[in-house]
Design a protein around this ligand. Structure first.
Ligand code: ZN
Length: 198
């Protein structure tokens, strides 16, 4: 199978925000290493006329996932703060669609598809193939990919453009296995560049 990039494809860049990168409130080790391959990929998609979507975690200050509210995480990605901004080196095409998620105090969503309506830009454009990269492998990337596959998208994860939290050692490796079991295909950015995905 050699899926060519065309307008049935979309790149989904998951949560490449300062708080998930080194120095951030909920830093993923080497999280910023996804920026360069994703920039390359975004440029390829833009050139092919394919959609680029970027998600961001966009929480109120009293979000339910924060420890003060009984959640598992330190305060992170509070809407409008520098921590919630995209990594400064991330280059999105001018017509990229930015999707904010988990905006309500009581709404947690690791998946792009976790809240009704967010997938609307994909439906409207007849997108059938999703290429997913970003942060973090064992949370938002995993759940976005699993939901995408469940919804019938042909789903690829960019193996060299993801990094994980690994709260428990091996979480990211297990996430990759779980995605593969669900029919998600792993592909490198170089393979995307060649128009070849295995
Ligand atoms: Zn969050």
């Amino acid at each position: 199978m050699k899926p060519r990039l065309d307008n049935s494809c979309a790149l989904v860049i998951v949560d490449v925000q300062n708080d998930f990168c080194p120095g951030g409130a909920l830093a993923v080790r080497d999280g910023d290493a996804v920026v360069e391959p994703l920039n390359r990929c975004a440029a390829l998609f833009a050139r092919a006329g394919a959609l680029v979507v970027a998600t961001c975690d966009w929480h109120p200050p009293d979000h339910c996932s924060f420890r003060a509210q009984g959640g598992p995480w330190p305060v992170h990605c509070v809407r409008g703060t520098p921590g919630a901004a995209f990594h400064p080196a991330l280059r999105l095409p001018a017509d990229a669609v930015v999707i904010s998620k988990a905006e309500g105090p009581k709404v947690e969503s690791y998946s792009f598809f976790g809240e009704p309506g967010l997938e609307q830009p994909l439906v409207e454009r007849g997108i059938r193939r999703l290429f997913i990269g970003g942060l973090a492998t064992d949370y938002c990337v995993k759940w976005t990919a699993l939901d995408a596959a469940r919804r019938g998208f042909e789903t690829f994860v960019l193996a060299d453009a993801i990094r994980g939290v690994d709260a428990q050692p091996g979480d990211s490796a297990r996430a990759v296995e779980q995605m593969k079991s669900a029919g998600v295909k792993l592909v490198t950015v170089e393979e995307v560049a060649e128009g070849v995905a295995r």
